[in-house]
Design a protein around this ligand. Structure first.
Ligand code: COA
Ligand code: NAD
Length: 702
């Protein structure tokens, strides 16, 4: 097997080891064996003077095969990266595409590293709840110094080759289009006789800079974002170990730590999220090979909160976009907001001023539909009102060129009804962005009953092009993301009726791992959004569970941060939430009027009431066949709602704390106590009975 995955060939006096394990040359079983065999074979051949390691298919090595973490792995007499380092003949790593994780660690075992200019290198293991366990934590600090190694290993970021060159991570960079193998062989010939061979294990100077304050400062820096996590701290400790011990001792420490981390829930969750994200790209009802439309330009209708943000997504991706508004005044206001958003990024230092100008110049304000007819895609983001949407779609049907993608950013309205006013419902789908649209990564792609496979696939592909994490759903009120989130939103307010406070609920959810509590998020987004949605649902459903405290608060003018008060009070120019007497009073009055005795509500009850209510709703959505799979729910919660990634997502988390049986039992109790809103989904009951974990729940269990 190793013969196939790793090929050996000879070019003059240079031995070439080629890793060929599509799609990404991961270090699956057979690859490490093949690499080891290659080094040993070429070291035993007298006429070979130097060795090149390269990957097939324009990629070096994407790292360990993630599917094999947590499983037994074959023990080799020696790790290939150690064998490469100890090779008596110099070894050159030739990097195209990417050298990530175990791939870059393999390159660090080599004596020289050369790369194509569009390659990326890095140690992203922390993003999978791990540490680089193939020598990376011990070799990188020796190569580039502990401060930089800490930055790279703790962030896990992919470093573009030109930057890697300036940081000393690679020796030489060749222009895109160069024949990398030929360059590598040439380079290998040029260093074949250089002695001593530069081995990272012998570099001792830079690690002297690893003083305790460096590591303490890093721990402080990550404390908030890495709360509840182990791997970022293990990464810091590993670099500290590198600075304090001999390399062989450090390598052993690193290996032991990796074996521990790969069995943590944190790593399981992050590995699951990696594959869930890729699974979400697969559309079971769209045939493979369905053509995807080229998008060279775009239009957005409405330049409000969402339209402006969506236009920025296109501009940021280099795609020219026209935004159309109903009046010059609205257009000016919207464009000023867009400009302001960019200026904030420039002030924060995350965007260069000249790059901002280039992006802003890609957004062209227009007032006339005639100016958007030739666009490849149009995304409607006008008021959430069916009549207004229908008007807009009728116009789009008249002006858009044949085959254009016609998408709506509606949060909840019926895509079929919207598509129904056009003569081309096959070209219409939902493209639901999350606020702020230029920041949040989720793109929820909504398939209408007539949306063609090509439309859905093209909208998914468009999401990728503009840097989003797309995931698909069928059409229903609120679609998958907001519908599964709705019970959480109700339950958090119902908890107040029983004596909890907004601050208590927010603290529970922040401690769980959310960046902000849900009440603070509500204040940020504006309480008018929820109010309008509740009013619409209450009008449609006489049994709708009303939220009188939330309604009264809104009616008193508490719209959130924009009015200085919502669930919390805000000082001018400051986003810090403060307890608000008015809210306390509203809660008290409600309890007195309804004879509710206040009770201590535990943090555990708060967490489970919010999240289990949504797990139950997600099960109903799966049962109705609206969602493809439970892991899509997780992707939507991770990227749309800030659910902590190291918990995998709503459904994966539910698996970790007991799975369908545990959730079903608890929900059944609450069903008896609170009535119909807690009626357990039949699908949940079936999963519990069959012992099927949520992560395996793909549609209805028969
Ligand atoms: N192990 C196993 N499978 C991997 C893998 C790995 N290290 N890296 C990628 N794959 C798989 C993906 O699951 C996907 O499979 P699918 O087609 O069945 O869904 C396929 O390879 C292509 O990956 P994808 O991410 O869609 O390709 P891309 O070109 O967008 O990105 C990478 C390529 C390498 C940048 C990206 O896959 C990546 O970041 N991989 C992980 C790198 C990493 O963390 N390495 C350290 C491991 S400890
Ligand atoms: P908004 O009120 O901020 O912006 C709507 C814009 O549309 C306004 O600038 C208005 O002038 C313009 N407009 C109205 N009618 C128009 C017409 N006929 N032609 C051209 N322009 C017109 O609203 P928003 O928050 O940006 O929401 C827009 C859409 O996005 C809604 O469907 C909403 O449900 C959805 N959405 C909103 C959020 C959010 O958090 N705000 C999140 C996801 C989706």
């Amino acid at each position: 097997m190793s013969q196939d995955l790793v090929r050996l060939s000879i070019s003059g006096t240079v031995g070439v080891i080629t890793v060929d394990n599509p799609p990404v040359n991961a270090l699956s079983p057979g690859v490490p064996e093949g690499l080891l065999n290659g080094v040993q074979t070429f070291n035993a051949m007298d006429d070979i003077k130097a060795i090149v390691v390269i990957g097939a298919g324009g990629k070096f090595i994407a790292g360990a095969d993630i599917r094999f973490f947590g499983k037994e792995r074959a023990k080799l007499p020696m790790k290939p990266q150690d064998a490469l380092e100890q090779s008596k003949k110099p070894v050159v790593a030739a990097i195209a595409g990417f050298a990530l994780g175990g791939g870059y660690e393999m390159a660090l075992g080599c004596h020289y590293r050369i790369a194509l200019a569009n390659a990326r290198v890095g140690l992203p293991e922390v993003t999978l709840g791990l540490l680089p366990g193939g020598g990376g934590t011990q070799r990188l600090p020796r190569l580039v110094g502990p401060a930089l190694a800490l930055d790279l290993i703790v962030s896990g970021r992919h470093v573009p080759a030109p930057e890697a060159l300036s940081l000393g991570m690679v020796h030489k960079v060749f222009p895109v289009g160069s024949n990398l193998l030929a360059e590598a062989v040439h380079f290998a010939n040029s260093i074949a006789d250089v002695r001593p061979i530069p081995r990272i294990r012998d570099m001792k100077d830079k690690i002297k800079a690893g003083t305790p304050d460096l590591f303490d400062a890093k721990r402080k820096e990550i404390a908030r974002r890495a709360r509840n996590q182990e791997s970022p701290y293990a990464c810091i400790e590993a670099v500290e170990v590198a600075c304090k011990t001999q390399i062989d001792e450090g390598l052993k420490w690193e290996g032991d730590k990796l074996r521990y981390l790969e069995n943590t829930d944190e790593s399981r969750a992050l590995r699951y999220a990696f594959f869930a994200e890729r699974e979400a790209q697969k559309l079971p009802d769209v045939p493979k090979g369905t053509p995807v439309k080229e998008i060279a330009n775009a239009a957005v209708i409405g330049c409000g909160t969402m339209g402006g943000g969506i236009a920025m997504c296109f501009a940021d991706a280099g795609i020219p976009v026209r935004v159309l508004e109903s009046s010059q005044e609205a257009l000016d206001r919207g464009m000023a907001k867009v400009r302001n958003n960019y200026e904030v990024s420039v002030k924060r230092g995350s965007l260069a001023a000249d790059e901002m100008e280039r992006r802003f110049a890609r957004i062209e304000p227009v007032l006339d539909y005639a100016q958007i007819g030739d666009r490849d895609v149009v995304i409607e983001a006008v008021f959430e009102n069916m009549d207004v949407k229908k008007e807009v779609f009728k116009k789009l049907d008249e002006v858009m060129k044949p085959g254009a993608l016609i998408l709506s950013n509606t949060s909840a309205l019926d895509i079929d009804e919207i598509a129904g006013v056009t003569k081309r419902p096959q070209d219409v789908a939902g493209a639901h962005f999350f606020s702020p649209a230029n920041v949040m990564k989720l793109l929820e792609v909504v398939k209408g009953k007539d949306s063609s496979g090509e439309t859905v696939a093209s909208t998914m592909a468009l999401g990728k092009t503009i840097g989003k994490a797309p995931a698909a759903t069928g059409n229903c009120d609120g679609f998958l993301a907001n519908r599964s989130r709705a019970p959480f939103n109700s339950e958090m307010v119902i908890l107040l009726e029983e004596g909890a406070t907004p601050a208590q609920v927010d603290k529970v959810m922040v401690d769980f791992g959310y960046p902000m509590g849900p009440f603070a998020v509500g204040d940020l987004a504006g309480l008018d959004i929820g109010y309008a949605g509740r009013a619409r649902r209450a009008a449609a459903d006489p049994n709708y569970r009303k939220l009188p405290i939330a309604d009264k608060l809104y009616e008193m003018g508490h719209y959130g941060q924009k009015t200085g008060a919502g669930w919390f009070k805000y000082e001018p120019g400051d986003r810090t939430p403060h307890r608000h007497d008015v809210v306390d009073q509203l809660i008290k009055e409600h309890m007195e009027a309804n004879n509710i005795a206040p009770r201590e509500i535990s943090d555990d009850e708060i967490l489970k009431r919010l999240l289990f209510s949504s797990v139950n709703e997600a099960c109903k959505i799966l049962e109705e066949g609206i969602a493809y799979r439970a892991s899509d729910v997780d992707i939507m919660w991770l990227y749309g709602f800030g659910f902590p990634r190291y918990r995998g997502g709503l459904m994966f988390w539910a698996d970790l704390i007991g799975g369908p049986q545990e959730v079903y039992n608890q929900i059944s109790n609450w069903h008896q106590r609170y009535g119909e809103r807690w009626a357990p989904s039949q699908y949940l009951r079936k999963l519990a009975e069959s012992g099927t974990p949520f992560k395996e729940a793909n549609g209805v269990v028969s």
